[in-house]
Design a protein around this ligand. Structure first.
Ligand SMILES: *Cc1c(COP(=O)(O)O)cnc(C)c1O
Length: 375
């Protein structure tokens, strides 16, 4: 079976984890501090590590004082994590359309949904690409919105010569088991906003003030104060140890992921039943490889048949406004998103895929497509 995605780890990660286990200090300490320093160096901005990407988004929003009564613009086509992070603060996620050319939030549509309660916009870097991020920042400036980039897919990607996270307002990354850079579980908030990062540092440790500094020298806070709502969202040394080794090897991951995506582009570009997402894989480090099937293709049948031939595929994702918890109660509310969704198909992408595997995926796809029509 060619897997859709998986964690790819080497001996260095195993040794680093064994080291933490041997020292018997599993919580948040030296390794987390080192990982934050390494991330800060890589991104050129301060990074604060947390337990996962959803927690990063939640704390970034909370740290910007977004909560009950506020609204946040976000594309419906994203992982439910983006929506849950917004609603966790008490704020309302406002589902928006995507621009079908880039899969980034459609600013014309977003503009129509602005109210006096709109406080922020959360662009989602779908597949690893940021779309016209400069336009999103202009839009945010015009309407005085904070920007929280859901950069879960985009670790390593570049925009106009700069790494995602190294510019802009706030970027949140995920280091879950299958993301570009993994800790097993993890995430981080990156920003120039010192006040925000200081709130995030305390809020990840149940709001215990200045506990981070104590833990990084192997101590605990016994005499402390809490002045705001916090969460148990800190990162553990085990996770950071994996992340540290992953980051040292990251250029190889970038090369491999970009190479696989270019290979897919090359094989798939001439099939009339397939449209590609137009990403420049010299700049984008793809987390997932998504194609658009033409309308007459029965995607669910195709997925089943490809699985029968040993190729796992995915669907990223069911639009959030179609989920009961976030549903708007109106049919055809986001027609572009709703018409694209049944056509989305994600092909296998991870760094242990060989060129042969990619060829197998493509030939299996071609074979099944040639037999697939809805009639
Ligand atoms: C993975 C992901 C997240 C959340 O990250 P976790 O580490 O899984 O909590 C958020 N947004 C998107 C688009 C993601 O793919």
């Amino acid at each position: 079976m060619i897997r859709l995605s998986k964690s790819c780890l080497g001996n260095k990660e195993k040794e680093a984890v064994a080291d933490v286990l041997d020292r018997e200090y599993l919580g948040m300490g030296k390794e987390v501090e080192q990982f934050e320093i390494a991330l800060t160096k890589y991104l050129g901005r301060s990074a604060v590590c947390v337990s996962n990407g959803t927690a990063a988004l939640h704390l970034a929003l909370q740290g910007l004082d977004i909560g009950y009564g506020d609204e946040v613009l976000v594309q419906s086509l994203t992982y439910v994590a983006s929506f849950q992070a917004i609603s966790a603060t008490g704020a309302k996620p406002i589902a928006c359309e995507i621009d079908p050319a880039t899969f980034a939030i459609d600013l014309k549509d977003a503009e129509r949904r602005i109210t006096k309660r709109t406080k922020a916009i959360m662009p989602v870097h779908y597949t690893g690409s940021v779309g016209a991020l400069g336009e999103i920042y202009k839009f945010a400036e015009k309407y005085k919105l904070r920007v929280i980039e859901d950069a879960a897919h985009a670790f390593g990607s570049e925009y106009k010569g700069k790494r995602v996270g190294s510019f802009g307002d706030v970027a949140c990354f995920s280091f879950d088991g299958i993301k570009n850079l993994t800790c097993g579980e993890g995430g981080c908030v990156v920003s120039e906003d010192k006040k925000l990062l200081s709130i995030v540092r305390d809020a990840r440790l149940l709001g215990v003030e200045k506990d981070t500094e104590k833990r990084y020298v192997g101590e605990r806070s016994w005499e402390f104060d809490v002045t705001s709502q916090g969460w148990r969202y800190h990162m553990s040394n085990i996770m950071a140890a994996i992340g540290n080794e992953q980051l040292k090897n990251f250029q190889n991951v970038v090369d491999k992921r970009q190479h696989i995506a270019k290979q897919y582009d090359g094989y798939l570009s001439c099939n009339k039943s397939i449209s590609l997402i137009n990403n420049n894989y010299d700049l984008v480090v793809p987390h997932i490889y998504v194609i658009l099937l033409s309308e007459e293709i029965d995607r669910d049948r195709l997925r089943k048949e490809m699985a029968d031939f040993g190729v796992q595929t995915g669907i990223h994702w069911k639009p959030n406004h179609l989920l009961t918890f976030y549903s708007l109660g109106k049919k055809n509310e986001l027609p572009v998103t709703e018409s694209l969704f049944p056509r989305l198909l994600t092909l296998p992408l991870h760094t242990d895929l060989t060129e042969n595997d990619v060829q197998t995926v493509c030939s299996t796809l071609f074979n099944q497509l040639s037999q697939n029509t809805r009639k």
